[in-house]
Design a binder for this molecule. Structure first.
Ligand SMILES: [Zn+2]
Length: 68
């Protein structure tokens, strides 16, 4: 089980609006940049808030294997 599947508690997912995205982040889903000005998610494990990461919308939504 990975931290994104509940290892460190539930994941708090917050939407970062384009105007709030004023730094470049590396998305752990694809290891690509999230450029300044791109809306994305910030995902925070409840029991390990220091491990918060910024994800592309599509990478977060697609991180789990499809079940149907
Ligand atoms: Zn990504």
């Amino acid at each position: 089980m990975s931290m994104w599947d509940g290892l460190y508690g539930d994941i708090d997912v917050r939407r970062v609006q384009p105007y709030e995205a004023n730094k470049v982040y590396i998305c752990p889903g694809c290891n690509q940049d999230i450029p300044v000005g791109m809306g994305h998610y910030v995902c925070v494990p409840a029991d390990a808030v220091d491990l918060r990461r910024h994800w592309h919308y599509a990478c977060w939504d697609n991180r789990l294997p499809k079940t149907r």
